[in-house]
Design a protein around this ligand. Structure first.
Ligand code: G6Q
Length: 549
């Protein structure tokens, strides 16, 4: 396959950007009263308005041509049919099977994976119900009140984000906690108010070899035994989620309390699998299935809708427009919904671990920008912090604004205030404020002379800054499933166009290897090689100032 930068439509898109760079979106709106209707679409309960972008029909036509040149439709089929598109790890990429209609087989190496998916969902149902209805009791016979998920990366961020997003649906009397960091503070502070008799740990690790997770799991086990003084207690207080049965048993967790998943589920795409067990505990299995149904709806839309009316494809192409032609290097995710406050963190991993690469799937170095820096936080807090840079800084930062029409917590007119901000920010980014407007406002306020000229320059907003707005009726499990799947597929499309394997993550290995080499030195053992003088100096400083217990 030709490389991205050699695709026939690239020179046309470069030329087209030169034409569009100075086109004012406001003029595009003024000349086309139907612009919102033409550049918005609805799917699976989500409205996407992408009219506040520096695009014309021609832009989307050319980007669509690029998608065809990169054989996107074929790649979509390849993913959904279970082909090993994760070529470096020789694995299929089948998070879509986890929310597939069980009657529709998906085969990996000739074997239908759907019966296994249904079996684990059944297991999740039995176990989560037992915890929720109190028939699962702790070692001393007490009901479980606190569930602590121990996992990191893909075994943490998905369930954490979804559990927080769906808090209104939590069963009362049952609290979920998430511990990921190897910093002992995370586990210690989480456990401080809890009682061992009523606490259940879920150890979530695909490999069951991850340093952070295993360290926290052993410390949790020690905390439990310290209070319950009986090895038998571990069975009633630990559940494991893993692909590695041998390691789970070696840890001492009853294999009847292990939920399995498969190597064709990537960590950052695993919340739909048994890794989503904490979600099922929090909101119940019926609602977990609604989450899956929402994702399935987006999967079907993604497979069936023509590229020009395909929501994940449109989001992906707009991202490529700004990254590869307009020079943007980041993308802000700005949910105006406090329940979605972990969405930017979640998407940061999903996107940056998938497409933060500079070698193509065939091993060639890229000569074009790939995955953008993903960042953001829940509105309106950011407005009082970093929005300054989005409005007046020197970087072009495309923004995705996300909000529910109806809140779970209306509180007087607070939701209307929230939404007025959600609507105002994209408008302000697009409109900006000209020097003349700024001057007129200052004059009206009685400012004149040099001070007026100085302030007018500071109060000018360049505007013409692009954004997408996404709205849905209310943050339900189903809508959330659709929203997550929308971004998953957007990331897939961008990876396909850039020629990347979005499903490996070799870039996280080197730091781990070096940390494993340094650890013995911190224990005072001889080092296994030389360090640079900086690392050496820091190790020496640490050892000199370390207090002995
Ligand atoms: C995700 C990554 C990574 C992984 C963690 C945890 O796609 O692979 O974030 O999820 O390193 O791995 P384990 O689940 O194996 O502990």
């Amino acid at each position: 396959m030709t490389r991205f930068s050699a695709s026939p439509s690239i020179p046309q898109l470069q030329q087209h950007w030169r034409q569009m760079a100075d086109v004012q979106m406001q003029d595009l709106f003024a000349s086309d009263p139907q612009r919102f209707e033409r550049f918005s679409l609805e799917a699976c309960g989500i409205l996407l308005d992408y009219s506040k972008n520096r695009i014309r029909d021609e832009t989307l036509g050319l980007l669509g041509q690029l998608a065809e040149e990169r054989q996107l439709p074929t790649w979509i089929q390849r993913m959904f049919s279970g082909e090993a598109i994760n070529n470096t790890e020789q694995r299929a990429v089948l998070h879509v099977a986890l929310r597939n209609d069980p009657a529709q087989p998906i085969r990996v190496n000739g074997e239908d994976v759907m019966p296994g998916v249904e079996r684990v969902l059944g297991q999740m149902e039995r176990l989560s119900e037992a915890i929720r209805n109190g028939s699962w009791s702790g070692h001393g016979g007490q009901r479980i009140t606190d569930v602590v998920n121990i996992g990191i990366g893909g075994s943490n961020l998905g369930p954490l984000m979804v559990c927080e997003a769906l808090r209104p649906y939590w069963q009362s009397g049952l609290r979920l906690h998430f511990v990921s960091n190897v910093d002992g503070t995370h586990l210690s502070e989480t456990l401080r108010p809890l009682k061992a008799e009523t606490t259940l740990f879920i150890v979530a690790s695909k490999t069951f070899t991850t340093q952070e997770t295993l360290s926290n799991a052993f410390s949790a086990r020690a905390w439990l035994l310290d209070q319950l003084h009986d090895e038998q207690a571990v069975a009633a207080h630990f559940i494991a989620i893993s692909t590695n049965r041998a390691k789970v048993e070696a840890f001492g967790i009853d294999s009847n309390h292990m939920l399995e998943f498969w190597d064709w589920v990537g960590g950052r795409y695993s919340l739909w699998s048994a890794i989503g067990f904490p979600i099922a505990v929090a909101i119940g299995m019926d609602r977990f299935r609604q989450l899956l149904a929402g994702a399935r709806c987006m999967d079907q839309h993604f497979r069936q809708a023509p590229l020009a009316a395909n929501m994940p494809v449109i989001l992906a192409l707009l991202g490529i427009w700004y990254s590869n032609f307009a020079g943007a290097s980041s993308q802000a995710i700005l949910p105006y919904d406090q329940y979605l406050r972990y969405l930017p963190d979640y998407l940061q991993q999903a996107d940056m671990e998938s497409n933060g690469k500079s070698v193509t799937r065939d091993g060639e170095a890229v000569d074009y920008p790939t995955g953008p820096i993903i960042w953001g936080s829940a509105g309106t807090d950011g407005q009082h912090a970093y929005y300054q840079l989005i409005h007046q800084g020197g970087h072009l930062i495309p923004c995705d604004f996300i909000a529910p029409v109806n809140s779970h917590n209306e509180l007087g007119d607070q939701h209307l205030k929230l939404i007025s901000n959600f609507l105002a920010q994209p408008e302000a980014l697009m409109r900006g404020k000209s020097a003349e407007q700024a001057r007129a406002e200052l004059e009206a306020a009685g400012v004149s002379g040099e001070r007026l000229e100085l302030l007018a320059r500071h109060k000018t907003f360049p505007g013409n800054r692009p954004s997408n707005s996404l709205m849905f009726d209310r943050l339900t499990p189903e809508v959330l499933g659709s929203l997550i799947a929308l971004y998953e597929h957007k990331i897939f499309v961008q990876g396909v166009l850039w020629g990347l394997n979005s499903y490996d993550q070799w870039g996280v290995e080197l730091g781990k290897e070096l940390a494993n080499r340094i650890l013995p030195e911190l224990r005072g053992e001889p080092g296994q090689g030389r360090h640079d003088s900086s690392t050496q100096g820091l190790i020496r400083h640490f050892l000199q100032h370390r207090q002995s217990d």
